[in-house]
Design a protein. Structure first.
Length: 345
């Protein structure tokens, strides 16, 4: 069904978001925050070097049964790590466990497990964390890739939270909060979303707070995606200040050939195949993106600050939105997340 005249402006703006993200890859000087000289650029190493870094390590990938997360999980399995993945679909999880086992260089010494969970709700995240604690596995690396674009047809979860915020922000906070005792000393936590990118531009602080708190229900896609991204970066900074010895990493993955355009309810159904085809022409594969994220995760660069940010396609350490470093905004985000956990736990 073709869009009506009444929503053509809305559709054009949503398509504009895709164009802006493409620009952020082609013209990094204009669309990214400045390079972080203290963090520097990550050196690309061989698979053999990465395998030596990951051999015997325990990895948790939340959002790991599809897209970028699946690419990261498969590559880490290939590099001799033991990997647990979390996703919504138990069948996808089971299939991925088989694929990781087949890719593993030493499957007898590696362990693979998949968890199906409802990450859209606080209770679902808490229940997942309880199952992880029961396993008593200690993790060296935790990676969050779970996310969604705005659902224009059914935007809120049963907790009353916008689905974008539920996955991009709340789920990441709740799961990590609940499994902190499972993190090994000097563990690293990576959150894949929109760090370092100026695109889409963030709205005002007041607008972001209204969106995050659920007071503003009508919005354009760029407003919500930017708000979730800035809040996530602020959460990483605040988490780093409260978690001595653990390094936190935020990344911008670039444009990746996932099924997000087709499965989200952001765009009119008639446009999704066209947008998905265009995306595939310029996108990284999930497997290539997974390798780049693994390279960042184990790099010395990721240990140079308690919280650091990377533009993944170019392996560049960069600064991120200034609000992420603002103590007042960071504390507001943290308080919102703590209150949300208490309310729905």
């Amino acid at each position: 069904r073709l869009p009506t005249n009444g929503n053509l402006i809305h559709v054009s703006r949503e398509i504009g978001t895709m164009s802006q993200w493409l620009a952020s890859i082609l013209f990094p000087g204009f669309t990214f925050f400045p390079l972080d000289a203290d963090v520097g650029n990550v050196e690309l190493t061989s698979d053999a070097v990465l395998t030596e870094s990951l051999r015997g390590k325990q990895v948790l990938v939340v959002g790991g049964t599809s897209g970028i997360g699946r690419g990261i999980a498969l590559f880490m399995a290939k590099c001799a790590a033991s990997v647990a993945v979390v996703g919504h679909s138990s069948s996808k999880g089971a299939a991925l466990v088989e694929q990781m086992t087949a890719a593993a260089p030493n499957p007898a010494a590696q362990n693979f497990k998949a968890y199906a969970a409802d990450l859209l709700t606080v209770r679902g995240c808490v229940e997942l964390a309880a199952r992880l604690r029961e396993s008593n596995t200690k993790f060296d690396y935790v990676v969050f890739t779970v996310g969604i674009w705005p659902d224009k047809e059914d935007p809120r979860t049963t907790d009353g939270i916008d689905k974008v915020l539920a996955l991009d922000l709340v789920a990441r906070f709740v799961v990590l909060h609940e499994i902190m005792p499972l993190l090994n000393r000097h563990a690293r936590v990576m959150s894949v979303l929109g760090s370092t990118s100026r695109i889409p531009p963030a709205p005002s602080v007041e607008t972001m707070k209204s969106l995050i708190a659920g007071e503003k229900e009508s919005y354009m896609t760029p407003e919500m995606l930017a708000s979730a991204g800035v809040a996530m970066d602020a959460w990483l900074q605040e988490a780093a200040s409260k978690s001595s010895g653990i390094n936190f990493i935020g990344t911008f993955p670039g444009i990746v050939a996932t099924d997000l355009v087709m499965t989200s309810n952001t765009f009119p159904r008639c446009l999704r195949p066209i947008l998905a085809a265009g995306q595939r022409l310029i996108a990284l594969s999930p497997e290539a993106c997974g390798r780049l994220h693994t390279q960042i995760l184990v790099s010395p660069n990721a240990g140079r600050r308690p919280a650091s940010y990377f533009a993944t396609p170019r392996l560049e350490g960069r600064m991120t939105n200034p609000l992420a470093y603002d103590q007042g905004f960071r504390q507001w985000v943290w308080s919102f997340l703590e209150d949300t956990l208490k309310k729905h736990k």
